[in-house]
Design a protein around this ligand. Structure first.
Ligand code: ADP
Length: 319
């Protein structure tokens, strides 16, 4: 393998730049030529591909977003376009590609592999919704962003003795809500993996108020319900002053945490190693603090395990 490409695809996540940097520098270290595909699969179809060198990734490790840009591209689901994309890469002599993104992007990577381009997936998404990896790049930063918002909201919640419902991202995965909720001392955490009982949530609020609690914070993962819906239910059932905050896209931005930068560097470096070994259709991940790789199709199709122990602990600690 002499030439490889790297792209970021799907929703952006803090730490993607650290991953791109590691791909570029590790590849050059091993004597490979490396190309950046701009705007994900859309850019690939439009031949928006540029050679990268050591300076292309200077001063990016601390930046959120992705310098390669990202995009969604429905057309890439069509086989004709997958054939076209593989030809565009082959015509440049590019034999392998590293795709940094979520499960949708991994399906795209797998489709490229089926057209003879060696493809490796690096999990980059704030949602932490990819099986076979304990963490995805961006999750830690997103949790810290949500936590910062919880801390600030707490000040007002206490001053005004109010209940705040905070909706966080995560698609169908409750990991952001769970981690930010436990770290932020939320009274209740609503996640899609566990059915919630609004009566129980309200009962906890009433009990807290009885023992003089000044404020309450309820974290709602976006995959459960809208924060406004939950806020309205609580208001109607308890009569408590309830305010709702939807954190939204601020969770996707910002400078990546040290954890995400280190994780991105390690995962991306491993992806380069796999291409050099001639492997394809793999996803890299971190399991029990070890860098691992699995078949990309397994990673897409397997259910993501939910940390029920942590959920139960959060419940115990918020009585
Ligand atoms: P994420 O990678 O964050 O899960 P998406 O689900 O939006 O984000 O997927 C990103 C892109 O991956 C899509 O816009 C599309 O270009 C490509 N993709 C997704 N699913 C497929 C598929 N089944 N076949 C080919 N390409 C796909």
């Amino acid at each position: 393998m002499k030439k490889i490409a790297v792209m970021t695809s799907g929703g952006d996540a803090p730490g993607m730049n650290a991953a791109v940097r590691a791909v570029v520098r590790k590849s050059i270290y091993h004597g490979l030529e490396v190309y950046g595909v701009h705007r994900g699969f859309l850019g690939l179809l439009n031949d928006d591909i540029k050679p990268m060198n050591l300076s292309s990734v200077a001063d990016v490790i601390q930046r959120g977003g992705t310098v390669l840009r990202s995009a969604r591209c429905e057309e890439f689901k069509e086989k004709d376009n997958q054939v076209k994309a593989a030809k565009i890469l082959r015509d440049k002599g590019i034999e392998g590609i590293i795709v940094i993104g979520g499960d949708g992007s991994f399906r795209g990577a797998e489709r490229l592999a089926s057209q003879g381009i060696k493809a490796i997936g690096v999990p980059g998404t704030i949602d932490n919704d990819i099986p076979y990896t304990d963490y995805t790049i961006g999750f830690d930063t997103a949790v810290n962003t949500a936590l910062d918002a919880i801390n600030k909201t707490r000040d007002t919640a206490t001053s005004h003795e109010r209940t705040f419902v905070i909706e966080v991202m995560g698609r169908d995965c409750g990991d952001i809500a769970l981690a930010a909720g436990l770290a932020g001392g939320a009274e209740s955490i609503l996640v899609p993996e566990i059915e919630y009982d609004i009566e129980e949530v309200c009962q906890r609020l009433r009990k807290g108020a009885q023992r003089g609690k000044l404020h309450s914070i309820i974290l709602v993962a976006e995959g459960v319900a809208s924060g406004f819906e939950v806020g309205e239910q609580i208001k109607q059932k308890t009569g408590f002053e309830t305010r709702v905050i939807v954190l939204g896209h601020i969770q996707r931005g910002g400078t990546p945490s040290s954890f995400d930068r280190v994780l991105a560097s390690k995962l991306a470096a491993k992806a380069v190693d796999l291409l050099i070994e001639g492997q394809s259709s793999k996803m890299v991940g971190i399991k029990e603090n070890k860098i691992v790789n699995v078949d990309i199709l397994n990673a897409i199709d397997a259910p993501k395990k939910f940390d029920k122990e942590m959920y139960d602990l959060a419940k115990v600690l918020s009585i």
